[in-house]
Design a protein around this ligand. Sequence first.
Ligand code: GDP
Length: 422
Amino acid sequence: MLTAVVGINWGDEGKGRMVDLLSESYGIICRYQGGNNAGHTVINDKGKFVLNLLPSGILRESTVNVMGPGMVIDLKHLAGEIKNLTDCGIKITPENLKISDKAHICMPYHITQDICEEDRLGDKKYGSTRRGIAPVYGDKYMKKSLRMEDLQDMKAAQERLEEIIEWKNLTLKGYGEQVELRSVLAWLERYYQEVAPFVTDTSEFLANEAGKGSDIMFEAQLGALRDIDYGIYPFTTSSQTLAAYAAIGAGVPGVKLDNVIGVTKAFSSCVGEGPFMAEFFGEQANALREAGGEYGAATGRPRRVGAFDVPASKYGVRMQGATTLALTKMDVLSYMEQIPICTAYEIDGVRTDKFPSGDRLLRAVPVYEYLEGFRTDISKCKSASQLPKAALEYVRYIETAVGCPIKYVSVGPGRDEYLELE
Ligand code: GDP
């Protein structure tokens, strides 16, 4: 079984907890895009873990975790993540962690460039996490980046790096910054050592496993609306967050997915800048943010929060090709008397349920409907029949509105706090 677990919206939908839950029946979990610019929070019997780079399956002993060639990897950050988990007693070995030799390396100068550019943009900033992700993906496509495999021959890597840094310094000069080859080499040597045992040809490994019929789960970062091509460009991430990219970013372009599990929250949240139509403000926003603990896993930034957005989610479901949905954080809505849902937009006075792009999106005004609140703690519910009628009606409303069956509803952050719908 080949399954992708992906985000339907702006990211932070709770994919990490769904992968942690569902990974039990998958021997292999693979991250296929992005870097340490987002975080998955997983709470299980071993504790609470924030994973920025490592696949969420790393917390299960028998799971093999793959970091695919579509990823960009900050070696220092990864070494730190590995150490944190090892310090908590989690075993990480070349048997359970495999890093693609073709993944690109996010360098300290990418972070410098990211920070300088966000600062230069001022009020017009993209809301980058300032972790170098856009510059490293940019360099990848400019063919001026180093990959993991390049570090297997440090002498050759140094030669290439000399030329790259000469070029990079031309850009950095405009910001009043320069990088030195020596310090970049020292950084690479120090942190590559710590991850080198895990670097391998993950493509061959996955192709063999897929050929044997092994169960593989592909884990996405962020959501459909942050996809570089189909998201809210330019407020997107710099990689492809869609399930269709999973096989490519993982290193097995020829395989076909059996399932796409789309994860969506019972309300909306968005970290960073960009159009976010059904946004709450003031007290209404504070109440939801506090109830949901909506602060960025990677940066601690308060997230923007709002109502479930039907046009955006319907679009996310379509772009992801979702075959089933997991609706997370349903318990968070229990304080609401009435639950607002954004069912359509009005653009220039015309109502639409289609998700627009470009300028039209900026002019979209949300249209709300209100469903009855359930006003009770649902965190102990283990089946649909235990859910209050109003909560089940809310779930069914969303299912019909976005046109995809909801199979899982999570009612708390813990591994067992969820229920399955028929
Ligand atoms: P991801 O990047 O998509 O994995 O999402 P994040 O990890 O950034 O955000 C999800 C947050 O919601 C984490 O702090 C989870 O522990 C928490 N969470 C996930 N599911 C639930 C749920 O059903 N109820 C509550 N209250 N919290 C949840």
